[in-house]
Structures are given as C-alpha cells and as structure tokens.
Design a protein around this ligand. Structure first.
Ligand code: PSV
Ligand code: MN
Ligand code: MN
Length: 388
C-alpha cells in the first residue's frame, strides 16, 4: 500500500492497546521510584489510558493484569471504561508472584500448585466473559535455575496439560496468546523460551491459540521480523507486545532503542497481510516507565508505533516486488530504505487533524492540565504499582 489516502485511512483505523501496568509505579529489582499522581486503582489507570487515547486517537483499548487489576465487580470496570471512551482488552494472567510458584506454576512438580495456577487461568477466562475481552495473554515465569533441578520433558507435559484445560474453557471468540521469553526469572531452562516452543504448543492446542511476540524477549541479534513473517504465513501470529530493549527485557518505550527494527517488523506485517483486521493481529504495548513520566511515555510509544506503521505502509510494494523478481539486490534495499527514511510526521499530523485531534499529541497532553490535576487529586490511598 503506497497510496497516500489509503495509508491515512489505515492509520486512522489502527488500534494500539496500552497496558494498565504501564500507568502504575514500576522499577527494577533494585528500586521502584514512586511518582506523584500515579493511579491508586484500576479505575484511575483507565482514566489515564483515556488521556492517551484522547491525545492519539488510536489507543482505545486497555490490557488488564489479574490480580493487579482485581476489582469486586468487573462490570463496573467495563462501564467506567465506556464512560471514558475506552474499552477493556487482553487479560494478562499472573502466575508468577505467589510464594507457591517458587518452582513454577503450571509446570510445578507438585500437582496442588499446578491446580492453583490452572484455576487462576480459568478465573481469568471468567473475567474475560464479563469484560468482553477476546485475548487471554499467558506469560509463564516457569523454568529452572540449575541442571538436574527438574525434568525438562515432564515440565513440557505439565504445561501442555494445563494449556489444554484452559483452551477447553475458551468461548468461541476467545483465544490464548502464548508468550515466550528467552530467560528471566529462570536462568537455566525456561519452559517457554522461544517462538518455536510457543508455536508447537499453539499448534497442538488448535486454532484458538496463537503466539505473541514480545519484542524484548529475544537474544541480542535475533531477527524478529523473520519470526513475524514465519508466524504470519502459518496463521499463528496472535499479536505483539511492543517495547524496546538494549540488553534484556528492558521494557523501554517501543521504537526508542531501535526504530529501524520496529519498521522492519511492521514491514513484514504489511507485506504478509497482518494489518488486515481479519488476521486478528493485536498491537499491544508491554512497557514499564520507571524513570520517565508515564502517560507521556505511553503517548510517545503509540506515536513511535504509528510512525513505523506509516513508513511500513509507504513502501512501494510494486517497485519492491519488481526489484526482488529481477534480482536487483541494491534496488530492492533502496526501495525499503526510501520508505524508512521518509519523514512521516507531517502525514501523521494531517491524519490527526482529519481525526479532529491535535496534530501534536504530546503538546495536547501537556496543555490538557491532566498531569497537574492527578498530582493534586490523587493523594492518599496506596498507589498502584507493578505487583500491587
Ligand atoms: C515479564 O517478562 C513480562 O514483561 C511479560 O512480557 C508479560 O507480558 C508482562 O510481564 C506482563 O505480565
Ligand atoms: Mn510481554
Ligand atoms: Mn517482558
């Protein structure tokens, strides 16, 4: 798609889902630097997410994390979201923070712990039934630290058994998005360490299970766009957790560390039909803003994804195809680089003006006074944070 009008139309319809935990306090294992005005409950997280949507026009969906976002009545959360002009998206399960999970959750050697973990996953599907969420996003911290600690294949069997039980509980329009991560917190073996392991489990489960690619979860130098292209070809790319990394699972703002990689990934999405809503590819952010202001950081991340998307859509596909077919190595590369080197900010400013929002989302947010208001109003109570 290199037609300007079509590119603009897509950019207006793009949906980028933001994570509730990105609005709360977070940190490294060394320190959480608390920020003033941070939400005290899931309702206030939705209020902040609504500001991101108001400023960007493309972030109307918010992922929840259970139990960090536990409330007595999820219906009230649905209504609150609606009142704020947003809606609830993926439900992220949390089977990594209880003492019981020291040796794993669904892969734990003790069947009672496995039962506890699987029950939590099933409860997450109950939440999805109320919130109308389609995606159950599963990331397992499970693994081992030492050779000999546990049986690698037995752990795969336990994982498959739990996944299969949860899969059987899914409604018609619900799916499992199975995440992988190279390492951490387990350092010797991780039970779902890579896309291949996730893909194999998803294949075994069926069509309602797909792989989610968290861009921060690979070894340095991994060609993520190849993984994306492969999964799209197989119909197994469920979506992305976008963030940036320099070294490990850094959870920095998407497109900050390597905007060219983000472009290359989204180019593969574009050429393999992944922007078509029928493929169901979800564009999620999974980030934590430890030292920077949170809402503007999410806005910046959304803008970075939009910019990379715009560049990916501007690739002259006819010229690219012709160069590829004729073996014109330099010509094909030049077509791609021309799109990447295009300054798409004026195009996005136009898109926003046509959407009736400010062409400069960060300036609009600053002018809204929201940052000052939450600092003044959100006093007392416990601030929500990573793990709270
Ligand atoms: C932990 O690595 C993690 O960052 C995963 O990427 C999950 O998606 C996220 O936390 C939320 O559980
Ligand atoms: Mn993730
Ligand atoms: Mn992560």
């Amino acid at each position: 798609m290199s037609d300007r009008t079509a590119v603009k139309a897509f950019l207006k319809s793009q949906v980028i889902e933001t994570p509730s935990w990105g609005y709360g306090n977070s940190g490294t294992r060394f320190k959480v630097f608390a920020q003033a005005g941070v939400p005290r409950d899931p309702y206030e997280k939705l209020d902040d997410a609504a500001q991101v949507h108001a400023a960007t026009g493309v972030a109307p969906v918010v992922s929840l994390h259970i139990p960090w976002d536990r409330v007595d009545d999820y219906g009230s959360l649905v209504r609150h979201a609606k009142e704020r002009g947003v809606r609830l998206g993926a439900i992220n399960a949390n089977v990594f923070q209880d003492d019981a999970y020291k040796l794993g959750s669904v892969t734990h050697p003790d069947p009672a712990v496995r039962r506890q973990a699987t029950d939590h996953l099933l409860q997450c599907v109950d939440v999805m039934d109320v919130t109308g969420s389609h995606d159950l996003k599963l990331w397992f911290a499970d693994g081992t630290n030492y050779p000999g600690q546990d049986d690698i294949v037995a752990r795969q069997d336990r994982l498959a058994e739990a996944l299969s039980e949860v899969y059987g509980r899914l409604g018609d329009d619900q799916r499992i998005l199975l995440e992988y991560k190279l390492f951490e917190p387990a350092f010797y073996t991780t039970d779902v360490p890579d896309w291949g392991t996730s893909y194999a489990h998803c294949l075994e489960l069926g069509e309602k299970a797909q792989v989610v690619v968290d861009t921060g979860h690979h070894a340095p130098g991994t060609n993520i766009e190849f993984i994306v292209a492969f999964l799209l070809r197989q119909g197994k790319l469920g979506g992305f957790d976008f963030n940036s990394r320099f070294y490990a699972d850094d959870d920095l703002m998407a497109g900050a560390a390597d905007p060219f990689q983000l472009f290359r990934i989204l180019h593969q999405v574009a050429v393999n039909g992944g922007f078509s809503p029928s493929t169901g590819v979800a564009f999620l952010l999974d980030q934590c803003h430890n030292i920077e202001a949170k809402i503007p950081a999410v806005i910046r991340s959304v803008m970075n994804v939009q910019e990379a998307t715009a560049k990916a859509l501007l690739v002259d596909s006819e010229a690219l195809g012709a160069a590829q077919r004729s073996g014109d190595v330099l010509g094909a590369n030049a077509v791609l680089m021309d799109a990447y080197n295009t300054d798409v900010r004026p195009l996005l400013a136009e898109v926003r003006q046509e959407q009736g929002i400010d062409p400069d989302p960060l300036a609009a947010y600053r002018a809204s006074g929201w940052a000052e208001r939450i600092v003044a109003e959100r006093v007392g109570g416990e601030q929500a944070g990573w793990g709270a």
